[in-house]
Design a protein around this ligand. Sequence first.
Ligand code: NAP
Length: 283
Amino acid sequence: MNIGIVGLGLIGGSLGLDLRSQPNLHYVWGISRNQTTCDRAVALGAVDVASQNFASIPQIDRTDVVFICTPISAILPAIASVIPHISQTAIITDVGSVKSSISLQGQMLWSRFVGGHPMAGTAFSGIEAAERSLFQQRVCVLTPGIDRAALEMVRSIWESVGATVYESSPEAHDRAVAWISHLPVIVSAGLLLASQREGNNEISQLAQKLASSGFRDTSRVGGGNPELGRMMAEYNQTALLDHLYSYQQTLQDLITMIEQGQWQEIQTALEVAQHLRPLYVRE
Ligand code: NAP
């Protein structure tokens, strides 16, 4: 297959590495904003060719599927930029972490557009952060549109790199990921920011030395890519705010129990939390 990747960072680069290591020898081209990123992507083996300009990609008019892997704000402009260079039968899909603001508009630009979101990531960004097998045993959400065959083609590519595909409406996707991805980023960032409120420098430095696995786990997503976190908040504001208010109320309930020394109530709440975790986390 002839596959294009626009935006050669963590997600785009990782996808390219996996596609190019498959035995069925895809031709994978890439577009990125900076020439140094294009050169590194070729050197790392994430793409066969890469350029800042669509016009200089060989055989771009024979592309089967284009993956848009830019930051969220650049996804719709990137779709518009690739359209003049591809054939009518080509499929365009994306990997953006929000879908309501992308899926419908993407389809208005290109009827063979399929919204997508692989639920995979690390705390790092850019082409140097790209890694093989990032999508292995991960979930990828696709938002069905007008063209069922296009969705099935995109599904088969995600399955070939080890992901399990779920289908969802863009709105349901955004409310669900606000709970399990966007709220945790803000909560985790809040934890890191709150730790700076310690007025005693000696205590603060001691805490930094003592921090171990618990703090590493709870601070991981808040200490990741700030640009990505900002875009989640900006493009999923309504769902994120709804969930943040629920979280604020839950935190207030826990604070009240602690203030009033309701130790049995605290234990009961923590027992409920312990039973809930396996519903979300498979280890
Ligand atoms: P990233 O590592 O920062 O990569 C994005 C790359 O896009 C950058 O390296 C940049 O390349 C390139 N770029 C920026 N603007 C561009 C433009 N206008 N045209 C072409 N290339 C452009 O970010 P990422 O983590 O891979 O995220 C990319 C997308 O995946 C986002 O939409 C995000 O919502 C989604 N996503 C992220 C995660 C995650 O956990 N990281 C998980 C699932 C989905 P240059 O170096 O050339 O500037």
